[in-house]
Write a protein that binds this ligand. Structure first.
Ligand code: PBG
Length: 322
């Protein structure tokens, strides 16, 4: 019988064989853990985030112990978000040299010098209105906000941040931040741009976690329309032209096509942010016994890498270490 057909099962017969032909791998070094440091908490305390089981807001001392516990595990790094005691119209605590993120970066770099520390550069956690910059009526004033972002990025670099990551989607912020860093002696500090950030419903739990829900309106005036793909190319190209060292797509799972497109179009290191809502969905289903958490988490993270990203910001990073 000379029947020829493809026998894909030959290479799936044992776990050793499957390992031999595996195309994509997942390593702790690919993963960045987002952490929230909360200035309103007593320093040694933590506060659970209800919509993100297993995630916490950390007091200023508690977060140091948490990061120490990651040491030696090979984690790619952490990214810090701050919740200040005082908020105002301009979000001035976001760029204060004595601000919560600035103090925490310095303390972490002192306690765990090898940990790669990124900082989120955005105004929304620091403004009393919850928008990502200086308001002009109901709109965020793009160019006035650039100056706030410059101050924030420089203050983070001064505190010892290894990477600054602007996440607000203002036009020109990468150029502005690059110039400000270069002018202040931080030419070596890289920028990871949230280049392609969609106005997404999947950020819901984060806004509870970081206390950054806009007091009116939404962020559709600056974040991207989920219906658009080609626009992502323009955003990424603009950020590259302005000096971004690395690019990010956010959220992750609903935008795998965008990750693939960017990875094929640009040679820059590419990251995906598996956001709070993606984490919440997996957790909730797992807690109900509806999904096998380990399998679905690994599968989701693999899908992001398979689509073409080099690293992933994910709330599952610390669990992956365990
Ligand atoms: C803005 C910022 C947001 C997230 C990261 N940086 C929220 C937003 O744009 O509303 C979302 C992250 C997540 O959902 O996990 N500083």
């Amino acid at each position: 019988m000379d029947l020829y057909f493809h026998r894909g099962r030959r290479l799936r017969r044992s776990s050793a064989m499957r390992a031999l032909v595996r195309e994509t791998t997942l390593d702790a070094g690919d993963l960045i853990q987002p952490l929230f440091v909360d200035e309103t908490l007593p320093p040694k305390e933590t506060k659970a985030i209800a919509s993100m089981p297993g995630q916490f807001r950390w007091g200023e001392k508690a977060i140091i112990e948490e990061v120490k516990s990651y040491d030696g595990g090979g984690l790619g790094g952490i990214i810090l978000f701050g919740i200040p005691k005082r908020k105002d119209a301009l979000g001035t605590q976001g760029f204060a040299d004595t601000g919560i993120v600035q103090r925490t970066v310095a303390a972490i770099k002192q306690a765990v010098p090898n940990m790669l520390v990124m900082t989120d550069v955005c105004c929304c956690e620091y403004t009393d209105h919850g928008h990502c910059g200086k308001l002009d009526g109901e709109h965020v004033d793009n160019d006035a906000t650039l100056e706030l972002l410059q101050k924030t990025a420089v203050s983070h670099a001064k505190a010892g941040a290894d990477v600054v990551a602007p996440s607000d989607m203002m036009d020109g912020r990468v150029a502005a931040i690059r110039a400000a860093l270069d002018d202040t002696g931080f030419a070596q500090t890289p920028i990871l741009s949230y280049a392609v950030k969609y106005a997404s419903g999947f950020y819901g739990p984060f806004r509870e976690a970081a206390d950054s829900t806009p007091s009116f309106g939404d962020r559709a005036g600056y974040q991207m329309d989920p219906a658009n793909a080609r626009e992502a190319m323009r955003e990424a190209q603009a950020d590259i032209d302005e000096g971004a060292d690395m690019l990010m797509v956010k959220p992750g799972l609903p935008y795998l096509d965008i990750i693939r497109m960017l990875s094929e179009s640009f040679a820059h290191p590419l990251f995906a942010y598996q956001v709070s809502g993606e984490y919440a969905m997996l957790k909730a289903a797992a807690q109900n016994g509806w999904l096998d958490e380990n399998r679905t988490v690994v599968e989701s993270l693999l899908s992001l890498k398979r689509a073409g990203c080099d690293g992933i910001l994910t709330y599952y990073a610390k669990e992956f270490l365990e």
